[in-house]
Design a protein around this ligand. Structure first.
Ligand code: CMP
Length: 140
C-alpha cells in the first residue's frame, strides 16, 4: 500500500514504475481512503502501542493506494524494496529502497507491505474482498 504521505506528494506513478522495473506485476490496485474504523481494523495488531493514535491519524489523513503485487518471492522481495520501517534508518542501511527515497521518518514511511502469506491474505481481502471492479483479472 502506498500511504497518504506518498499519495499526497504525487509519488504513486514513480513508485509503480519502480515496482514494474523490479519484475512484479499488478494483480489489483485502486485509490481509496481509510476511515478511522477501517484504519484501526487494518492496524489492529498495533492497537495499544504508544504510536497507535498518531498512526491512525496519519493513515486517515488522505487517500491511499493499495496494490496486490505478484512475483517470485513477492512478500520478501517487496519488503526488501520498501526498506526498513524507519525512513531515516533506510537512508543509511538501504539507500536504494522506496522508504529511503520517499519516506520521512518512522511513521510517514510511504509504503506498507504484508509480512507473511497470512497477513497478505487478510489485507488483500480487507481492501479487495468485495470490490470486483478493482480486479484486473479476467472474470471467473
Ligand atoms: P507499517 O509497515 O505500515 O506497519 C505499521 C506502521 O506503524 C509502520 O509502517 C509505521 O507507519 C508505523 N510505526 C511503526 N513504528 C512506529 C513508531 N515507533 N513510531 C511511529 N510510527 C510507527
Amino acid at each position: 500500500m502506498i500511504k497518504p504521505d506518498c499519495v499526497r506528494n504525487k509519488h504513486v506513478d514513480e513508485i509503480r514504475k519502480i515496482i514494474l522495473a523490479q519484475g512484479f506485476s499488478f494483480v489489483k490496485e485502486k485509490d481509496t481512503k481509510l476511515d478511522v474504523a477501517s484504519a484501526k481494523s487494518f492496524y489492529q495488531e498495533h492497537n495499544g502501542k504508544e504510536f497507535f493514535p498518531s498512526l491512525i491519524e496519519f493513515m486517515t489523513s488522505g487517500p491511499v493506494h493499495p496494490m496486490v503485487l505478484e512475483g517470485e518471492g513477492a512478500i520478501k522481495k517487496w519488503r526488501a524494496l520498501m526498506g526498513p520501517t524507519d525512513s531515516n534508518k533506510a537512508r543509511i542501511t538501504a539507500p536504494d529502497s522506496i522508504r529511503a527515497a520517499f519516506g520521512t521518518d518512522n511513521q510517514m514511511n510511504c509504503v506498507h507491505g504484508s509480512d507473511a502469506p497470512e497477513s497478505a491474505a487478510r489485507e488483500i481481502s480487507f481492501f479487495f474482498g468485495d470490490d470486483k471492479q478493482a480486479s484486473k483479472q479476467e472474470p471467473e
